[in-house]
Each structure stands twice: as C-alpha cells, then as structure tokens.
Design a protein around this ligand. Structure first.
Ligand code: 16G
Length: 198
C-alpha cells in the first residue's frame, strides 16, 4: 500500500485520512479485552472484512448512513463531506477508523480517536473516543469490541496518557470489559447544548 495514496490531497477517492500502516502495528495482546475467537485489526476474522482509516470515497460506502444509527447527521452533501475530510486531514489529530464489508462495499462499523494537545503531563496528548457505531445486523462478530480496541490501542501507540469517552449508561458495562473505568469522584460527563444551525 503506497504512501502516495495517503499523502494525496487532490481529491483521489482512495485517499486515506491517516496512514493505514499504523493499524497493522497494533498489538491486541496489550488490550484487557478478550476476543473469542481471537481477532485483530490486521485479521478481523472474515476475509471480507477490513479495518482501515476513513477514505475520501467512503461517502459512497454508506459512512454517513452508518453514523445516522448513532445520532442526527443531517443532509451532508458530498462537497461538505470532502471539505471536512480535507480539513480533518490537514489539522491532524483525527483518526476516523472504519470496518468495511468488502463484499458489498459498505461500512459496517466506525469509531473515531481524536487527539487533544496538552501542556499538562509534560506536554502530553489525551485521546477521546468518539462516534462509535456498528451496524447491528452484524451482531456476534465482535465488531464493537474490535473497533473500540483498535482506536484505544492506537491512542496508546500515539502516546496518549489517557483515553476518555462519554456514553449512555447502558454501555458502561461494555466499555468496562475493554479497560475503561468510572474513576471514583471523577466520572461525570456534562454538556451544554447550543442551538444547531438549520
Ligand atoms: C455518544 C458518543 C459520542 C457521540 C455522541 C453523539 C461514543 C463513545 N460516544 O456519546 O462520541 O458524539 O454519542 O450524541 O461513541 P449527540 O448527538 O447527542 O451529541
């Protein structure tokens, strides 16, 4: 897989958001999650499944429809998608990661790691797990675990001192099995919601 596909920002549809090679380096034995059978980002368990960075062409592979299973997406046009892809890539720190069913060229899972630069902890970086979604018709393939462990190991690989998330109460147990903890006295997520532009 050539780096030219990664570096290209001229609208090449197969262009990656970040270098795909990093995912192959992740050591799944470092995760507290248990996979039965054993799978990883490099070997996701089916030959028709691939775990990879978001590509520009994913607009046509149902990425936004998949996100629509998580929350409101709105009517995002191809131009808006393209501009956001370019802007995420240029600013760095956005690791949108997906699972594709290559038999039908559709995305069936996604999760994002965002990296926040800090002055604290020796100018360290903090990871945030965002927008985790798996197509529920693929139940039983450990895809939720696979995509979350992938981006969590990626956070560690990229030097994050911690990785945080917020989620619905019913998902706490799931994230606990993957190594996330409710820290005593420090486990509240608070939001201030603003009116969204129509
Ligand atoms: C969940 C997601 C968050 C997403 C939000 C959308 C995870 C771990 N958390 O909290 O990333 O942005 O839902 O909900 O995936 P909202 O549309 O109400 O902001």
């Amino acid at each position: 897989m050539g780096m030219e596909k990664y570096n290209n920002v001229d609208g090449n549809p197969s262009e990656y958001l970040y270098p795909p090679e990093i995912l192959k380096r992740l050591n799944f034995d470092k995760s507290p999650a248990t996979f039965k059978p054993k799978i990883s980002a490099a070997s996701p368990g089916e030959d028709w499944m691939v775990v990879r960075p978001l590509q520009r062409s994913d607009f046509d592979k149902g990425f936004l429809q998949l996100l629509g299973q998580l929350t409101s997406v709105g009517n995002v046009t191809r131009k808006q998608f393209d501009e956001r892809f370019t802007s995420m890539k240029q600013s760095g720190g956005y690791y949108v990661t997906v699972i594709e069913d290559t038999r039908i060229s559709k995305l069936i899972g996604a999760a994002t790691l965002t990296i926040e630069q800090k002055f604290i902890h020796n100018c360290s970086v903090r990871g945030r797990l965002e927008d985790v979604v798996v197509n529920d018709t693929y139940r039983g393939k450990q895809l939720g675990k696979l995509i979350v462990v992938t981006v969590s190991l990626l956070a560690q690989e990229l030097g994050c001192y911690k990785m945080s998330l917020d989620c619905k109460d019913k998902l706490i147990k799931f994230y606990e099995t993957l190594g996330y903890k409710l820290e005593p006295g420090n486990s509240n997520a608070m939001n201030m919601r603003f009116e969204e532009p129509s």
